[in-house]
Design a protein around this ligand. Structure first.
Ligand code: HEM
Length: 366
């Protein structure tokens, strides 16, 4: 074995033929455009591998504690890849508007919107279809992957295989979270008891904040405004924790949501307990991963705005406006983000009755 055979260097270097599959006819600008996209697709491939492994891990019941470190490592790798990939937009930006216009129209209707792997990442993570923004020309992300005559393309088949591969990472992660014993018990009453205690502490903490503002000689009208703001914050937090924020949900769904949300608050609040350290690391890495992906979306949008302004995309969308919308709406792990608004200072966190359950386990000697 040698390097060139193992890496398939010749095959790799023969993939930049452009429209006519003839590299002689490809300008340096177009070669850059093709190569940067190809590099991204390779990064997406690696991201999909890591997410698949993590999904398989959380599919297990119970999830072995010692495997959580592997999951955290996968998420860290995904974050690092996104961070590196974001830098590639700098290279893309060396393409000026006029240089791009030289070959852009020939691309229509091709677009990154047809990247099956980005859609696979979203599906694997568990992006809710209801959040998706319909695209102008095709109406749906699945339609956009079909060939011009409506038959399935290689991209369609790729996406269909992913959709058929089973529930998402979010699904299994939430199953795992819902099994977390809250202060020693997973019973719905124990979950509710924990949440009620926690909400009491949240209210007390916000009341303390209003008092600090009063002590600092806030005008009475400002105090009222502030009080109303904290009151709305408390009410929203309680509706979220008790899963009363979706009136359409049935009681079984709400019970499950309460268990998931209580588990996130619990893991984040008592993260110093040894057996919660890895779960907490996992949640932090997932949030970081979603953050990196949102930054990727925003960065892509700013690069696009710089290169083509606000014109219609080759894929037929509203261009930058569409991309900015995806960066705002395409969140998978909304509960993890919401809990960040609810966390308390250490002294305000309610005391646990069964903290010792979360210490290191000492195996019986044989
Ligand atoms: C000059 C460079 C680029 C321009 C002007 C550009 C422009 C656009 C536009 C306008 C869209 C919205 C869909 C449409 O109407 O076409 C889009 C979507 C997309 N682009 Fe780019 N793009 C560029 C480079 C890249 C690169 C290097 C990647 C790397 C993979 C990429 C990946 C994507 C993806 C994945 C989408 C779909 C986003 C979504 O639907 O959430 N683009 N691009």
């Amino acid at each position: 074995m040698n390097y060139w055979d193992y890496i398939h260097v010749e095959e790799l270097l023969a993939l930049q033929g452009g429209f006519d599959d003839d590299e002689q006819k490809v300008s340096n600008d177009e070669a850059l455009f093709i190569v940067v996209h190809q590099i991204y697709e390779l990064w997406f491939k690696l991201i999909l591998r890591e997410l698949t492994s993590a999904r398989e891990l959380f599919r297990q019941n119970p999830v072995p504690d010692q495997k959580l470190a592997s999951a955290a490592r996968s998420f860290r790798r995904v974050v690092t890849i996104f961070e590196q990939a974001i830098q590639h937009f700098r290279v893309m930006e060396t393409l000026t508007t006029r240089d791009y216009l030289d070959f852009r129209d020939r691309l229509i209707p091709a677009s990154g919107f047809q990247s099956a792997q980005l859609r696979e990442i979203e599906v694997l993570l568990g992006l809710d279809d209801a959040l998706r923004i319909p695209l102008g020309r095709e109406g749906s992300y699945k339609e956009a992957l079909k060939t011009a005559d409506g038959s399935p393309s290689s991209a369609t088949r790729r996406l269909e295989a992913r959709l058929a591969s089973g529930p998402s990472l979010k699904h299994y992660l939430y199953e795992w979270l819902s099994r977390t014993p809250i202060d020693g018990s997973s019973e719905p009453e124990a979950v509710l008891r924990f949440l009620r205690n926690y909400m009491r502490s949240m209210r007390a903490e916000n009341e303390r904040r209003v008092q600090i503002a009063i002590d600092k000689a806030l005008a009475p009208a400002d105090v009222e405004r502030l009080r109303a703001r904290y009151e709305a914050e408390n009410a929203n937090a309680e509706a979220f924790l008790l899963a009363e924020d979706d009136p359409g949900a049935d009681e079984a769904t709400r019970e499950k949501r309460r268990a998931v949300r209580a588990a996130i608050v619990f893991i984040e609040s008592y993260r110093d307990l040894p057996r919660l350290a890895w779960p907490r690391e996992v949640l932090d890495r997932i949030l970081e991963m979603e953050q990196a992906m949102l930054i990727w979306r925003q960065r892509h949008a700013r690069m696009v705005e710089r290169v083509i302004g606000r014109r219609t995309g080759t894929g037929g969308s509203a261009g930058v406006d569409y991309l900015d919308q995806t960066a705002l709406r395409y969140r998978v792990f909304g509960d993890l983000w919401t809990v960040r608004s609810l966390l308390l200072r250490q002294p305000s966190v309610p005391e646990l009755e069964h903290a010792s359950d979360y210490g290191f386990r000492v195996e019986d000697s044989p």
